[in-house]
Design a protein around this ligand. Structure first.
Ligand code: ARG
Length: 467
């Protein structure tokens, strides 16, 4: 980055140069340079509007547009050095443009302020970022659907309190993650919709005295409409907070998912295998294969939660309208964008590649009396009240604990000693398959229901593609 002392557009009312440290301290070009393409896009639309309304001549307007397009190419081919003296991306680009096209460049800022400019740039940038995050999210959802279909009938233990609770199907477990991600998708699209309003025209805070056409600019940039109030348009960053909040929830979901993957790949569970390409080894223990990708995603949730808190605190107590505090919105926002994009991408790559160890899951499901509820339900069908059935089965489980046997391993006569209505057909309900197949209603774990959920989920993804 060059620190050449380019003259500042606001130098007029000042009698001494900016302190060198203050110049560094107040500059945002180090991080807002990533907005260059959206800044140029916003400026081109603004220039078109100025031409369309006759505020600038069509010649001036044309020269600005061509100058900005050329500048973008030069930025992208690495020919541009950003200047800290010019503070931010907006003044850097305006100054570079003016160096290239002369006086017309000085007219670009007519009827506009950096305040409505930055509020517009962030929205344009966030729209694109949300779209690319949504595409990683749908890739992960797609992967979950395929895995769920493949493992629709694979039995595993379902847990509460991390204790074996009832048998479930692996496919059903995967579709639970799908549901969470579907809500995440909804939150991001809601947030995108609410932020899709144009701040330009608000100028510094009060609007502008030029005969601008805000609807024209809104249409040119694909915004639903111009923001209704100039003070609100330049000052609030609620859309960024909303995004960071949706991002925090995504990381909450991914970190829970990650935790399960870490547990399931451990020798104690050994339910699944992650391909080597998603794991790393230990520099000292030759036998180790560590689930680093899920662990890192779990860990990265911390920074995304922190970013949400940074933005809430940044906004809290700010009087209307724009304050320089808002320059601090970018780094947390960018960090959340990058982190959830990459975390979703890692999961989207990894999930379809995981393989299950059905034997181990089955063996685990056979432990911990996972079909005890099925026995209670059986007794209810024989006429007992559920509470009484619960009591009877509790006593049978106690015998099982003492004699180290599952309910299905007991003799019929033993089971009958707990209640006389138990008959030979009881062994069907005590099997793992009997247990999961019995839960055959919307939202239940039966393989048939998993397949139905997969069909519904494919419809959901189809709707996303059409939207
Ligand atoms: N770099 C500033 C920001 O990110 C742009 C707006 C500056 N406006 C101002 N009046 N100083 O918020």
């Amino acid at each position: 980055m060059s620190d050449s002392h380019n003259s500042k557009p606001w130098q007029g009312r000042f009698t001494e140069a900016t302190d060198a440290f203050v110049e560094q301290f107040t500059a945002s070009i180090g991080f807002d340079q990533r907005l260059y393409a959206h800044d140029i896009r916003g400026s081109i639309a603004h220039a078109r509007m100025l031409g369309h309304t006759g505020i600038l001549t069509s010649k001036e307007c044309q020269s600005i547009i061509e100058g900005l397009q050329q500048l973008q190419l030069d930025i992208e081919s690495g020919k541009i050095n950003w200047s800290v003296a010019l503070e931010d991306i907006h003044m850097n680009i305006e100054s570079l443009l003016t160096q290239r096209i002369g006086d017309a460049g000085k007219k670009l800022h007519t009827g506009r302020s950096r305040n409505d400019q930055i509020a517009t740039d962030i929205r344009l940038y966030m729209r694109d970022q949300i779209d690319s995050i949504l595409s990683q999210l749908t890739r992960l959802m797609q992967g979950l659907i395929e895995l769920a279909e493949r493992e629709a009938a694979t039995i595993m233990p379902g847990f509460t309190h991390l204790q074996v609770a009832q048998p479930i199907t692996f496919g059903h477990h995967m579709m639970a993650w799908f549901e969470m991600l579907q809500r995440d998708y909804g939150r991001l699209t809601d947030c995108r919709k609410r932020m899709n309003q144009l701040p330009l025209g608000a100028a510094a805070l009060a609007g502008t005295s030029y005969p601008i056409d805000r609807q024209f600019t809104a249409d040119a940039l694909g915004f639903d409409n111009p923001c209704d109030n100039s003070l609100d348009a330049v000052s609030d960053r609620d859309f960024a907070i909303e995004f960071c909040s949706a991002a925090a929830l995504i990381m909450t979901h991914l970190s829970r998912f990650a935790e399960e993957l870490v547990l399931w790949t451990s020798a104690q569970f050994d339910f699944i295998d992650l391909p080597d390409r998603f794991c790393t080894g230990s520099s000292i223990m030759p036998q180790k294969k560590n689930p680093d990708v899920p662990e890192l995603v779990r860990g990265k949730s911390g920074r995304v939660f922190g970013n949400l808190f940074s933005l809430l605190t940044l906004m809290k107590g700010q009087p209307l309208a724009y304050n320089k505090d808002n320059q601090e919105d970018k780094e947390p926002l960018f960090d959340s964008v990058d982190t959830i994009h990459d975390s979703l991408m890692a999961f989207a790559d990894m999930i379809p590649a995981l393989t299950t160890r059905a034997d181990n899951m089955r063996a685990a499901a056979l432990q911990g009396f996972s079909t005890a509820t099925d026995l209670a339900d059986y007794l209810v069908r024989k006429g007992l009240a559920f509470r009484d059935a619960h009591e009877v089965v509790g006593r049978a489980v106690r015998l099982g604990v003492d004699s180290k046997r599952d309910l299905s391993e007991m003799e019929l006569s033993e089971l009958q000693s707990f209640h006389s209505s138990i008959e030979a057909d009881v062994f069907e309900v005590l099997t793992l398959e009997g247990s999961v197949n019995a839960r055959n209603h919307l939202g239940g774990t039966a393989p048939e229901q998993v397949r139905a959920a997969v069909v519904r989920a494919r419809q959901v993804l189809k709707q996303y593609r059409l939207a």
